[in-house]
Structures are given as structure tokens and as C-alpha cells.
Design a protein around this ligand. Structure first.
Ligand SMILES: C[S@@+](CC[C@H](N)C(=O)[O-])C[C@H]1O[C@@H](n2cnc3c(N)ncnc32)[C@H](O)[C@@H]1O
Length: 323
């Protein structure tokens, strides 16, 4: 693991931002019939590769589809929640983005498949890859995170994989109870998260991360795991501001996501970065966003950035103990 304490130099891959290559890719994506074809292809390749590596994609989908999970939607959905425009665009090849059952039924498999892609040369099993992916982030938290952890908020918790692993990580290390909340804007994802939480360890909350509704200074640790690349930068900024508000003095905001500076991201093959940009509409914004500078502008202390694996980074920022 390597770490740096300085603001980043906003190094970005050539396929993002305003470079010629990036503009060409964007033009290709805007060409509707091509876009539809790419979406279909991306999906086929994703599922086939995942299943070849032991992730039971279609079986998991069929099990959720046959279950009574749809009945849980009304109980978990907060009727006062509104959805920002950026959230209501097609995403990950789902026309309704994260606001549909198909996305929720496939999220667990997609998460396992994503971890496998990090160590493509090593032929890891999906549980090994998943453990390594989370382990890198947890190590960054141990090295640079909060000294005291009683209250944790995992923003963008999706179906709860990041939340449950983080909760277990701290619960096993600490000799006092930890209260963990998983927050997401998709009630479909949350319904699945709640069902997967068989020990009922976690509180699941349907809200916009920009306006969580939690009291000032009520958390020691706020995490954003693989969420920032799905957000336009104004939304990220608003979420950072909200995190600063709800963190206790000395508390930590930690995010993990694709590292624009990593060799893997910089050298993604054209087919892959085109597919990625075609299914993740805020990619250009994310890969050209100087997150460390934004965090400092918003009021956090200078962040520590750690390369947690060949493709991802963790950014850990502290709220001043004096606030
Ligand atoms: C890729 S998933 C996160 C995966 C999960 N944290 C993990 O590490 O396995 C991104 C999640 O962020 C959620 N999200 C995006 N924008 C949000 C917002 N403004 N407020 C709350 N959740 C949001 C999406 O609904 C989605 O479930």
C-alpha cells in the first residue's frame, strides 16, 4: 500500500474529460443504436464472466425473483424521499437505474464480479477477491481512521455487502458494541440489504445522502464505498458537506473507489472504458474531480490517499477535533 498526504495532481486517464479520445468515446455512446448494442454486449459479457468464475448470477436472480421481497418495499421506503435528476438516468444498463428490482436482484453478483476483475491474473475465487477488496479498505481505516468507533454510517450501502463487512470488522476488533447504519436512495436495494442482514445487526435507512436527517455530530465514521464514481461532482460535494455536519469532532469520512491514477484504470482497454462510460453516466465528472481538494475546501483536514489495490484508492479525511 502506498499513501500520500498531499492534494492530488488530478491525473486522469485519457479516456475521461475533454481529451480527443474521451470525446470520441462520448460521441460513440451518444449514437443510440450503438449504445443499445454496447449495453446488451456489456451485460452478456458481465454475466458470462461472472458465472465462469463461480458467481451464481442467474440463480441468485431467480431466487430473489421467486421470493416475497417485493412485499417489503413499502415498509422500507420513506415516502418523503425525493430523487435528484442525476439519480433517475439509465445506469449500469438498467433503464430505471438503481430504482428497480432487476438492479437490486443483480447487485450482489455484480459486486462479486467487480472484485474478481481487480486480480484478473491471479485466478482468485470470488470470496477471496471480495475479502481482499474489503481488506484493503479496512486496513486503510485501521492505519488512518478514527481512534474511537461507536457509530458508523455507510452511505450508498446498496444491498449491504459493504455495510455488513465493515460492521463485522469493527465488531470483532472492539470490546464494545458498534451501531451501524446503512443508507441508500434505492428502496429496492435496501429491501434486499435488510433481508440479507439475518442477524438484524444494522439499521437500514432510505434517504438522500445529501440530506440524511441525522443529528449534528452523531457519527465517528462515515464511509462511501464505490459510490463517488456514480455521482456528479456537485452531488459528491453536497454529500461531503453533509458528512462533515453529522461527524463528531475528530470523526472520519472515508471513501474508496476507482483510482484515476492507477495503471489499471489509466490503461483500461478501449472496449472496457467505452463500456464503463456507456453504463456509468458520471464517469467524466468522477475521473476529473480532485476529491482531496474538494474535501479540504469543504472543511476537512488534508486527506490521506492510499492505493488499496491495483485499481482502487481510499481517501480518508478527518473533521477537526476542535470543531
Ligand atoms: C455501487 S453501489 C455501492 C456499493 C456498496 N457500497 C458496496 O461497496 O458494495 C452505489 C450505491 O449508491 C447509491 N446512491 C447513489 N447516489 C446516492 C445518493 N445521493 N444518496 C444515497 N445513495 C445513493 C445507489 O443507490 C447505489 O446503491
Amino acid at each position: 500500500m502506498t499513501s500520500s498526504n498531499a492534494a492530488s495532481t488530478a491525473l486522469k486517464p485519457a479516456w475521461a474529460g475533454d481529451d480527443l479520445l474521451s470525446r470520441l468515446v462520448n460521441l460513440l455512446i451518444r449514437t443510440k443504436p450503438l449504445y443499445a448494442l454496447m449495453k446488451r454486449q456489456a451485460r452478456k459479457v458481465l454475466i458470462k464472466t461472472a458465472e465462469k468464475n463461480g458467481v451464481p448470477w442467474r440463480q441468485t436472480y431467480a431466487e430473489w425473483d421467486a421470493s416475497d421481497i417485493r412485499d417489503q418495499l413499502a415498509a422500507i421506503a420513506n415516502p418523503t424521499v425525493t430523487y435528484p435528476d442525476y439519480y433517475q438516468v439509465p445506469f449500469h444498463a438498467y433503464t430505471e437505474g438503481n430504482l428497480c428490482w432487476q438492479a437490486a436482484f443483480e447487485a450482489e453478483s455484480a459486486t462479486y464480479a467487480m472484485a474478481l476483475r481487480v486480480w484478473i491474473q491471479e485466478e482468485l475465487t470470488w470470496p477471496e477477491a471480495q475479502a481482499r477488496l474489503r481488506g484493503g479498505f479496512h486496513q486503510a481505516l485501521t492505519d488512518h481512521g478514527p481512534e474511537q468507533v461507536r457509530d458508523i454510517l455507510d452511505i450508498g450501502c446498496s444491498v449491504g455487502i459493504s455495510t455488513l463487512t465493515l460492521h463485522q470488522y469493527y465488531q470483532q476488533r472492539l470490546d464494545h458494541p458498534v451501531r451501524t447504519v446503512g443508507l441508500d436512495l434505492s428502496p429496492h436495494m435496501l429491501a434486499i440489504a435488510q433481508r440479507r442482514d439475518t442477524q438484524q445487526d444494522i439499521s437500514w435507512r432510505h434517504a438522500q445522502a445529501e440530506a440524511t436527517g441525522f443529528a449534528d455530530a452523531s457519527f465517528d465514521l462515515v464511509t462511501l464505498q464505490f459510490v463517488a464514481h456514480e455521482l456528479p461532482r456537485q452531488a459528491s460535494r453536497a454529500i461531503f458537506r453533509e458528512a462533515l455536519r453529522i461527524l463528531r469532532p475528530g470523526g472520519i469520512l472515508a471513501l474508496t473507489d476507482n483510482d484515476p491514477k492507477s495503471a489499471v484504470i489509466q490503461n483500461l482497454p478501449p472496449v472496457l472504458f467505452t463500456l464503463m462510460k456507456s453504463t456509468e453516466p458520471w464517469s467524466d465528472d468522477y475521473y476529473t474531480f480532485d476529491i482531496e481538494a474538494a474535501l479540504q475546501e469543504i472543511g476537512f483536514e488534508p486527506a490521506v490517499t492510499v492505493a488499496t489495490d491495483p485499481r482502487h484508492r481510499a481517501i480518508v479525511a478527518r473533521k477537526s477535533a476542535l470543531d
